[in-house]
Write a protein that binds this ligand. Structure first.
Ligand SMILES: *Cc1c(COP(=O)(O)O)cnc(C)c1O
Length: 403
């Protein structure tokens, strides 16, 4: 008969830790550990330059609403928002109420537009945090007015979105009379129509016949509002591509996102003078010397055709370095381009440093941005992955610290 012993639970004795922890810049957050050599560098000077470049392009009388949704396109929403507001942006735009609250918690006091609409249950937070909701449905207005009434707050500024052809968010022009009727009613007094907006569907297309038609519908809607006595002071339409391509559509404010981070949706619609704010770097963990004929990484898709030296780099698709770039991507080592060899794995990629006999362990590897005289652009990475530049920037994962 066997005797059942109680399961021995292993425990770890606490050790006084003196390792490479550092306090995050936000003191309310726990200390963070950064030992992995992979990180994204965010150049605040480039963010300032880009805001100023946009401001010059649109003129000083036009406001700039800095779009910092999706964690500032992967650059860190709080730092980006602070930088843009300090550099003269009128305010910031986010997609979600949660993202707006994050900015308020970081003591950013500028106007914060919430682009994604008013979800039931979010109205009290919107009022409490003084967020500026983008609205397009009667339900939005009802929810918000009730929340303002409950809180006793002054009328809440709102921006009305009109769907002129994107077929996504916004009221169709035909729905405006109903909304205006509501705003003229008793509950409408709790809201203040500060802005009207629409969004381009094709401003970055080479052959864009859509934007002029959207603009026509927008000015038609403005006239309809004016005929009912509504003259919202902030009319805004242009995203980054729009502000480059359609200078007559700047109105009172522009809403750039990607331009502020230093790119365009494609090189053709990039505003001249921008600087890429994000670069991504790592280091070679170790060097592997392999004979011709050796096969590399999962699936053994790649066979070496010559005796090779492979640098092992701790970056993978879990960091937002897309696996589908395998066999196409390049990185910079000692200012030279090196091919990524074999499949990119979750945490590690292999790069061919055979032509750099001096490359050794600890060597700096640049995956995005400049090193020496060469640079890997966001467009190049996007091309290798067959995605748009936005997806690369937003996709650099939380696991990669921003410095
Ligand atoms: C994301 C977004 C923008 C910014 O677009 P970019 O192409 O990055 O300049 C502007 N307006 C709205 C409504 C958006 O959702």
């Amino acid at each position: 008969m066997s005797v059942r012993l109680p399961i021995q639970r292993d425990t770890v004795a606490p050790v006084r830790y003196t390792g490479p922890e550092r306090r995050s810049r936000d003191r309310r957050q726990a200390p963070i550990v950064e030992v992995r050599p992979t990180y994204a560098r965010i150049d605040a000077g480039a963010l300032v330059n880009n805001l100023q470049t946009v401001q010059r392009a649109v003129g000083l009388r036009c406001r700039v609403l800095a779009v910092v949704k999706a964690d500032g396109y992967g650059h860190g929403a709080i730092e980006a928002a602070r930088t843009f507001v300090d550099a003269g942006a009128w305010g910031c735009a986010v997609s979600l109420v949660e993202e707006g609250v994050e900015l308020r918690q970081a003591d950013i006091l500028a106007p914060v537009l919430v682009l994604g609409g008013v979800h039931p249950g979010s109205e009290d937070v919107i009022v409490h945090r003084s967020l500026t909701p983008v609205v397009w449905a009667r339900e939005h207005l009802q929810l918000l007015a009730a929340a303002v009434r409950r809180s006793g707050a002054p009328p809440l500024p709102i921006h009305l979105k009109i769907d002129t052809g994107m077929s996504r968010l916004g009221a169709l022009p035909g729905q405006l009379p109903e909304l205006v009727d509501w705003l003229e009613g008793e509950d409408g007094q709790h809201l203040r129509l500060e802005g009207v907006m629409t969004h381009f569907a094709c401003a970055d297309e080479a052959d864009d016949s859509t934007s002029p038609r959207q603009l026509e519908a927008f000015t038609g809607s403005l006239a309809a509002l004016a005929s009912r006595g509504f003259h919202p002071p902030i009319r805004h339409v242009c995203n980054s591509a729009g502000l480059v391509r359609l200078p007559h559509a700047h109105f009172d404010m522009v809403r750039p996102g990607i331009a502020l981070y230093g790119a365009g949706s494609s090189p053709e619609v990039e505003l001249p003078g921008l600087q890429m704010a994000m670069s991504v770097h790592s280091r070679i963990l170790g060097i592997r010397e392999l004979p011709a004929g050796a096969r590399v990484s999962y699936g053994h898709r790649r066979e070496l055709t010559r005796p090779s030296r492979l640098g092992i780099v701790p970056v993978g698709y879990a960091d937002g370095y897309p696996r589908r770039m395998s066999g196409k991507a390049q990185v910079l080592v000692r200012g030279h381009r090196c091919d990524v060899v074999g499949n990119i794995t979750m945490d590690v990629s292999m790069v061919d440093v055979t032509d750099l006999p001096d490359a050794r362990e600890g060597e700096r590897v640049t995956l995005l941005g400049a090193q020496g005289r060469d640079r890997i652009s966001l467009y190049e990475l996007a091309g290798w992955a067959d995605v748009i530049p936005y997806e690369i920037a937003c996709g650099i994962s939380k696991r990669v610290p921003r410095r």
